[in-house]
Design a protein around this ligand. Structure first.
Ligand SMILES: C[S@@+](CC[C@H](N)C(=O)[O-])C[C@H]1O[C@@H](n2cnc3c(N)ncnc32)[C@H](O)[C@@H]1O
Length: 265
């Protein structure tokens, strides 16, 4: 197995994503949008990469797909197991890294990721793995946050406080169609882009920011990096809210996201 220079980063991510669970309330509807975008069919073998609490996995299983889902976080996988149990649908849930998928070549008909593989530090490794386990003629489909919109801007802001390790890509780079096209390269055909909308009810941008402080690992890490400097933390909070205000209307944060689909050649 080639050396992975990002082992420490992934070990930290494995722990920090544990707080993400409540945010699944906002990724639940986008999951239906992605599963429809991927046109998941009964009996297809589907892989959900970076599954979190299993919103995409369960949605695909409800359409009759044979689902496998993988995530770094054991805590989120436990939530995914509970969601699968409630739906009374069998699925395989595994702890793992999307840069090193524990599956044989061409194991799946559809490989999907909703705001998941975008957090891998090496996009070229993650996409090579996702395409390796996809059968020829199978579909890859994913949703990602663009750098110029709410979540992408937030993640880029937090990266100024906690820069990614040298050589790691910014997650928001997956939100630009041209970059995605280059990363997929000639290994796929029929590349198509679409967009979906994500809605997060909130009483104000400040309430949205306060909720992010409970469940968003990148913001929590940015705050921790300020070592209790209350003035600096207050400035960061204001900056977060000044981004959020542009997306706030009628007690809701609304933002578009990029969707990609393609067929493996
Ligand atoms: C923003 S959450 C999205 C979760 C879920 N797909 C959803 O839409 O609710 C990002 C997820 O990616 C997972 N993740 C981050 N890096 C990963 C990696 N290298 N391999 C697998 N999963 C990863 C995190 O543990 C987390 O569950």
């Amino acid at each position: 197995m080639p050396h992975d220079p990002f082992t420490a980063m992934k070990a930290a991510a494995r722990e920090s994503w544990a707080t993400f669970g409540p945010n699944a309330m906002f990724t639940t509807k986008p999951a239906a949008t992605l599963v429809e975008w991927a046109s998941v069919q009964r009996d297809e073998r589907v892989l959900d990469v970076g599954c979190g609490t299993g919103v995409v996995a369960v949605t695909a299983a409800m359409r009759g797909a044979v689902v496998t889902a993988l995530d770094l976080s054991p805590v989120l996988l436990d939530e995914a197991r509970r969601n699968a149990a409630i739906s009374e649908l069998p699925m395989t849930l595994l702890e793992g890294d999307c840069e090193q998928l524990p599956f044989a070549d061409q194991s799946f008909d559809v490989v999907m990721s909703q705001f998941g593989h975008m957090f891998a530090p090496r996009p070229e490794v993650a996409i090579a793995e996702m395409l390796r386990v996809l059968r020829q003629g199978g579909r890859i489909a994913f949703s990602t946050w663009p750098p110029e919109l709410l979540m992408g801007r937030m993640f880029d802001l937090f990266a100024k406080f906690v820069p990614p390790p040298h050589g790691a890509a910014l997650p928001s780079s997956w939100g630009t169609a041209q970059v995605v096209r280059e990363r997929l390269g000639s290994r796929v055909r029929d590349v198509e882009f679409g967009s979906g909308e994500m809605h997060s009810p909130a009483l104000s941008p400040a309430h949205f920011r306060a909720r992010m402080e409970q469940g968003s690992p990148p913001l929590l890490k940015a705050i921790a990096s300020l070592h209790g400097d209350e003035a600096a933390i207050a400035r960061l909070r204001r900056e977060v809210e000044s981004i959020a205000v542009g997306y706030f209307r009628d007690n809701c944060m609304t933002q578009a996201f990029l969707m990609t689909r393609a067929v493996k050649v």
